[in-house]
Design a protein around this ligand. Structure first.
Ligand code: FES
Ligand SMILES: [Fe+2]
Length: 383
């Protein structure tokens, strides 16, 4: 653990003993932010200007490997190039808009549209083959390549950036604190143990709220997570657009209240490292949960949540696999039987009564962060 995390352990211990928690200002978020199509369209503009994590480099390990993704409604082909770099192309044929690649993943040198057979190079997205090209007055191979979306790999994550010309290096965008935390968790070296996808009738921000909320475990999960994590004791670190919430596991609570000086270990502290705008890296004792939550491109009341378990390959043996599968069961049960039904109700209620605002208390900095940051960025989009 980093020295930062050692100081977090001390602060959590103090909070536990004194019955306190980190606090900021109160925040009100209009209910319309969860239901308004106009608001959702402006949010989408904000997201389109940010580096977005669309996968892991280990999903395309070798030259010519590709995956297809839909990112904010835009179909992409993400490829591994011969020089080890990565690239993304918009998966829309330059002839008349067919889908150039339909498979979810594979290995190819060319992508061929199966409407009229135009083909494009995996390496560059350039147009290569045009059947019957003597019937077109001019098809310039140079200008009819697939549209390119700038994509980079950092700490094992694949970042796509639709605002290619205005971007900053990912290192700067993430900053030293996020980098140190990801390094501490060994994220760059980790591989995907499992990958699940859930499309739910919930605004994307409510799903992220629920994943980082420190005030609900004992109420919504009294017999599960609520027994493992302390409710309403947390430390919040603001990392600019990103941030990190730390919560004591109940074991840390027991040690702190017994007067012991606990160590800073992930088995005692839960953490949610929020990567603006729509990703979270959640520390578990032996692995990390990596969440991305994607707003539906048109419906504010719908989103798709991708959850991957990332694990360092050297610790993965049969016993660890069994533990990770058990962990997944606990997470899936809490999410699909408790968190998501609650959030679906909130979504329905927000649609039924889209007036007024929801309240985020002084002790709820972790949940407030996304809303505050979006408000800042949306003010810019309006101008
Ligand atoms: S639409 Fe792709 S080849 Fe015609
Ligand atoms: Fe929960």
């Amino acid at each position: 653990m980093t020295t930062t995390n050692a100081s977090v352990a001390r602060r959590l211990t103090q909070h536990l003993r004194e019955g306190t928690t980190d606090m900021g200002e109160e925040l009100r978020v209009p209910v319309s932010h969860f239901v308004s199509p106009q608001h959702a369209a402006r949010e989408r503009q904000v997201l389109m200007r940010k580096p977005l994590i669309i996968g892991r480099g280990s999903e395309i390990p070798k030259k010519g490997d590709f995956i297809t993704r839909e990112v904010l409604g835009i179909p992409l082909i993400v490829v591994r190039k011969a020089d080890g770099g990565v690239a993304s192309y918009v998966n829309i044929c330059k002839h008349r808009g067919g889908r150039v690649e339909n498979a979810e993943s594979g290995t190819k040198r060319f992508f061929t549209c199966n409407y009229h057979g135009w083909s494009y190079a995996c390496e560059s997205g350039e147009l290569r083959g045009v059947p019957y090209d003597e019937f077109y007055t001019q098809v310039n191979r140079e200008t009819h390549g697939l549209n390119v979306v700038r994509t980079r790999e950092w700490q094992g994550f694949l970042f796509a950036n639709f605002a290619g010309d205005t971007e900053q290096p990912i290192d700067d965008w993430m900053g030293p604190d996020v980098t140190a935390q990801l390094e501490d968790l060994g994220v760059a070296e980790s591989e995907i143990f499992l990958h699940k996808s859930f499309t739910l009738d919930i605004n994307w921000k409510l799903v992220l709220d629920g994943a980082i909320d420190v005030l609900h475990p004992k109420f919504l999960h009294p017999d599960g997570v609520g027994k493992l994590i302390e409710t309403n004791t947390s430390v919040w670190h603001d990392y600019g657009p990103h941030g990190q919430s730390f919560s004591p596991r109940t074991k840390l609570g027991d040690l702190a209240r017994a007067g012991e000086e606990p160590e800073a270990a992930w088995k005692l502290i839960g953490s949610n490292l929020f990567l603006y705008p729509n990703a979270s890296v959640i520390a578990a004792p032996d692995h990390v949960e990596f969440w991305t939550v994607w707003p539906d491109p048109v419906d504010p009341g719908r989103s798709t949540t991708e959850i991957r378990f990332l694990v360092r390959p050297e610790i993965l043996d049969e016993r660890m696999e069994a533990r990770l599968n058990k962990s997944w069961q606990i997470l899936e049960q809490a999410a699909s039987e408790e968190d998501w039904p609650m959030e679906e109700t909130i979504q329905k209620n927000s649609e039924a009564w889209p007036h007024g605002s929801y309240l985020y208390g002084r002790n709820e900095q972790s949940c407030q962060h996304l809303h505050r940051q979006l408000a800042l960025d949306m003010a810019e989009v309006q101008n």
